[in-house]
Design a protein around this ligand. Structure first.
Ligand code: ARG
Ligand code: ZN
Length: 472
């Protein structure tokens, strides 16, 4: 009699099993963030996306965007619900065919509760039907949907996706993309990858773009407006698609004189970084007043301001360098931004040397000398700059200076092997600053912890590089 009650836990568990499906207790909501300490709510927990299929329609006159996102994913834990990052108005969500309950929370969370909980490791198809006026939406008080006189663009870092498609918005969850957008005849829709086809009916032209290599959500771009599209192939065989707003005014000539050299510059960079990782290259220049450029995968975003003083091949080199350093090999977390920006800047220095406008060593010495020890420049740690300093000059310039210091430490043979080996080592994946240090130590056979710490992780001006080299 007594013995029957010596294992009450097991009995309770057994009776529970009769009432609820096996291990139901382990089903829980996916986290509202993927775990990036810089941005706690960016990305989401519990699943991994493999493909986004976006079928959209856009009306430039009113900035109305509508359509359907079909997301192919796989669960990484037992889920009772999961989040997507999104700001537009949702009409319907289906999970594996069945309509699902949804609600919004926080700044940009769409919370989806499927009828049936989802077991870990199973494929899931999520369909989100939505509409909205992206320019009317903001999160944390800002927007990165940029309207232009004849359309709009989505291109920003680290956030741009929320305004146009629901996603697991973090570079650690890369996926392939089909982006199909219908616009009024006479308007163009530009996105990543290859233009598979266009079709027209009822006054609307549909552009079907395909990105067949993994792509981070922030590197997905959409540009709507009146564009002149040019196509070609680089000498090395890379197809090039560029697009220019038909309204670039005085900047039109310089923009084309720079961006039309994409094929030549891709081939030149391949000499340092190895084969170009994607099926097409190119860029677009909309008639926007925003001032930055972005390495949107295969289709770089440039603003006309970059060409206000004439041609600017340096910015083209920077953004194309990111196709290897940033796009094919993406950051694991946003603190790893140096593996993007340090190398894109260093590529500009290599180009400067090629053009006879200053060697990498001269530019490193110049950056070093032009910031006195008490300059706030040195307080930013390129290896972990913090979310408020992610795109500070120090990440780029001190970041490139660190690369020159590394080169001087390990010698040119190991350095250029490293520069070419890294994009192969982590092709189409993710990596961290720590991974880069480990790889550099492997390739060079030298311990580099001190050098990385000095140049990337100390909030002070390092001792002079020359003095440092002399001490070895
Ligand atoms: N990765 C870009 C570049 O250096 C930086 C863009 C940052 N600016 C911005 N407004 N989000 O090419
Ligand atoms: Zn950059």
């Amino acid at each position: 009699m007594h013995r029957r009650f010596t294992v009450p836990g097991a009995l309770a568990a057994a009776s529970l099993l009769l009432a609820i499906p096996a291990s139901a207790a382990s089903y829980s909501p996916g986290a509202p963030g993927i775990g990036d300490p810089y941005y706690p709510y960016y990305g989401n927990g519990g699943y991994d996306v493999s493909h986004y299929d976006l079928r959209l329609k856009y009306q430039p006159a009113t900035d109305e965007l509508s359509g359907t996102a079909t997301i192919s994913a796989r669960t990484t834990q037992d889920l009772s619900s999961f989040n997507l990052d999104f700001l537009l108005d949702v009409d319907e969500v289906r999970v594996n065919g069945a309509t699902a309950h949804f609600t919004t929370s926080g700044e940009h969370e769409l919370v989806v509760t499927p009828r049936q909980p989802l077991a870990k490791g199973t494929p899931v198809t999520v369909v989100v039907r939505y509409h909205g006026v992206p320019s009317a939406k903001s999160a944390y008080g800002f927007t990165t949907w940029h309207r232009t006189p004849d359309g709009a663009i989505a291109a920003d870092e680290p956030e741009a996706a929320w305004w146009w498609f629901p996603s697991n918005d973090h570079p650690s969850d890369k996926a392939t993309f089909d982006v199909s957008v219908a616009v009024p005849d006479g308007t163009q829709a530009i996105s990543n990858g290859t233009l598979v086809s266009t079709s027209s009916q009822l006054g609307w032209t549909r552009y079907n773009w395909r990105q067949n290599k993994p792509q981070a959500t922030y590197l997905s771009t959409l540009a709507l407006g009146r564009f002149d599209i040019t196509t070609g192939t680089s000498e090395g065989g890379v197809p090039v698609i560029n697009a220019y707003s038909t309204d670039l005014g005085d900047n039109d000539g310089a923009a084309r004189a720079s961006v039309e050299r994409t094929g030549e510059l891709v081939d030149w960079l391949s000499g340092y970084f190895g084969p170009y990782p994607f099926d097409s290259a190119g860029g677009y220049v909309p008639n926007t007043t925003t001032g930055y450029a972005l390495e949107t995968q295969t289709r770089v975003y440039y603003s006309p301001a970059q060409f206000a003083n004439g041609s600017n091949t340096s910015v083209v080199v920077h953004e194309l360098a990111h196709q290897w350093y940033g796009d094919s090999v993406s950051v694991k977390g946003w603190k790893d931004i140096w593996i993007n920006e340090g190398f894109a800047r260093y590529a500009q220095w290599l180009w400067s040397e090629h053009e006879g406008e200053g060697t990498t060593q001269e530019l490193a010495d110049y950056v070093y000398a032009s910031h006195p020890a008490d300059d706030a420049f040195w307080t930013v740690k390129p290896g972990d700059p913090g979310p408020d300093h992610q795109f500070d000059a120090a990440v780029y310039d001190r970041g490139a200076l660190a690369i020159q210091a590394l080169r001087n430490e390990i010698g040119d043979t190991a350095f250029f092997r490293l520069l070419k080996g890294w994009p192969q080592r982590h092709a189409y994946g993710n990596a961290s600053v720590a991974d880069f240090q480990t790889y550099a130590e492997q390739v060079s056979g030298k311990p580099l912890a001190g050098l990385f710490d000095t140049w990337l992780f100390q909030p002070v001006k390092p001792a002079a590089p020359a003095a440092r080299a002399a001490s070895f």
